[in-house]
Design a protein around this ligand. Structure first.
Ligand SMILES: NC(=O)c1ccc[n+]([C@@H]2O[C@H](COP(=O)([O-])OP(=O)(O)OC[C@H]3O[C@@H](n4cnc5c(N)ncnc54)[C@H](O)[C@@H]3O)[C@@H](O)[C@H]2O)c1
Length: 373
């Protein structure tokens, strides 16, 4: 059973992965390395912090020698690399942090893996694996009638975020081809689910509807994304570690394409339904339109589009399905319902974030955007 270094494990997907992994793999140890940036939150790991198989290390993946020391000291044979600056809007406002974390950071981890696993030979090479978590955004944007991205779609990143992820993907590939490091890469679509930081579309929608705040929708809302429930993503990485071929890239998608405005309307309807059915929820969220007989869609405000906003992403997870048997378990309907119910049950978690510095950032950010409708 592999023992894992999970980078970025206090972030959204990383934390979900750690919970999933420790639940599914009882004999496995997990060391999380996370810098606890604004997006990292130790509360995401509360449920596993007492587990003897789990260790948290507060540190930066860019720090030379840090990851190598962890691989040695904890005798780890697998890296699952999530740590990144991940928000496209922030990459437009300030690209430097993205190049540092996503490119330099990934390179430091690759160097550590090469040094400890290959040069020092501390692990049988057939046992080790560097799994790199990347994004479908490296493939650029699709027209509405184009076929979905596959693993052979040429790279065409359009934002500083996706360009930095593309660079990291190339480094991972190069370390395999040049040094023989056993690597796999997954490029996934938009994740959603528990512990999702409320600057991203779906959690932002839920908390704004509950508090009766405006729902900002970019442009005409017709931008299309494929949505992947985060636990399906965790199972996909598990499948790749167990049954994926070394040196290969796997696309991971939820087979759930939807326009942003459709996601907005679905979430509005779900929150309205929950409140209409439950007086206690109406009392807890008196600002939400449904608490006073209204409709959450009344909060929708169209705002000026994000610069260079990709029109459509769609991803074909056919290779992953054929080689490992993986398939998403959640549909958009079941995944969104689970997500809304999680946010209703975990109000202290998201209140803690909304009451902190994040509120200042989002207020300034959206206040500077021109309203178009
Ligand atoms: N969220 C999505 O929909 C999505 C889609 C495709 C790909 N991805 C990729 O999945 C990975 C995880 O995404 P997420 O949404 O969970 O991100 P996130 O922003 O929620 O979490 C990132 C985590 O990385 C940590 N981190 C950032 N810089 C670090 C550094 N220099 N050293 C150590 N830790 C650092 C942060 O503290 C945080 O805990 C990223 O690589 C991202 O590019 C995400």
């Amino acid at each position: 059973m592999p023992d894992l270094l999970v980078t970025g494990g206090a972030g959204f997907i990383g934390a979900n992965f750690v919970h999933y992994w420790l639940r599914e793999h009882h004999a496995s140890r997990v060391v999380v390395l996370d810098a606890l940036t604004y997006a990292g939150n130790l509360a995401n790991l509360d449920a596993v912090r007492g587990d003897a198989r789990f260790t948290f290390v507060h540190g930066d993946i860019c720090t030379e020698g840090l990851a190598a020391g962890l691989l040695r000291d904890h005798a780890l044979d697998t890296i699952v690399h999530f740590a990144a600056e991940s928000h496209v809007d922030r990459s437009i406002l300030g690209p430097d942090a993205f190049l540092r974390a996503n490119i330099t950071g990934t390179h430091e981890l690759l160097k550590a893996a090469r040094q400890v696993w290959l040069d020092e030979g501390r692990m049988p090479v057939e046992r080790v694996r560097f799994h790199h978590v990347s994004t479908d955004e490296v493939y650029g944007s699709l027209g509405f009638d184009d076929p979905p991205f596959t693993e052979t779609t040429p790279y065409a990143p359009n934002s500083p975020y996706s360009a930095s992820k593309a660079a990291s993907d190339h480094l991972v590939r190069a370390y395999h081809h040049t040094y023989g490091l056993p690597v796999t890469t997954s490029n996934c679509s938009n994740n959603y689910g528990p512990w999702h930081f409320p600057e991203k579309l779906i959690p932002l929608l839920i908390v704004n509807v509950l508090d009766g705040r405006t729902i900002p929708v970019y442009g005409d809302g017709r931008n299309v994304r494929d949505w992947l429930y985060v636990e399906d993503h965790a199972r996909a990485i598990d499948a790749i570690l167990g049954r994926g071929r070394v040196g290969e890239v796997y696309n991971v998608g939820g087979r759930a394409e939807a326009a942003n405005i459709d996601i907005v309307r679905r979430v509005c309807a779900l929150v309205d339904d929950r409140l209409r059915a439950d007086a206690a929820l109406r009392a807890r969220f008196p600002q939400s339109p449904a608490a006073t007989g209204g409709d959450a869609t009344s909060l929708i405000t169209f705002v000026a589009d994000r610069p260079g906003h990709d029109r459509r992403y769609a991803i074909a997870p056919d290779k992953l399905a054929a080689e490992t048997g993986w398939a998403p378990r959640e549909t958009l309907a079941t995944g969104l319902a689970r997500t809304v119910d999680w946010y209703l049950a975990q109000e202290p978690w998201w209140r803690g974030i909304m009451d902190g510095s994040y509120r200042d950032w989002i207020t300034t950010h959206y206040a500077t955007r021109e309203r178009v409708g």
